[in-house]
Design a protein around this ligand. Structure first.
Ligand SMILES: [Zn+2]
Length: 63
């Protein structure tokens, strides 16, 4: 069992097909964090924003 987080789930305006995966929240956030920074030019500040964290929690799915 693992967790997935679709890029689209975080930003409905994007048509990015990326889906981050991880065994736990730490792995999942590490995966999505590096994707968001390299592909979408997010900053650590944006990723650590409480609103972003809420969006992440709402969009995470268990497999
Ligand atoms: Zn993306």
């Amino acid at each position: 069992m693992g967790l997935t987080l679709a890029c689209k789930g975080l930003d409905p305006k994007t048509d990015c097909p990326y889906v981050a995966r991880g065994e736990n929240m730490d792995e999942l956030m590490a995966d999505m964090g590096s994707h968001a920074k390299t592909v979408h030019n997010y900053t650590d500040e944006q990723l650590n924003d409480p609103k972003m964290m809420e969006a992440v929690k709402a969009a995470v799915k268990e497999e």
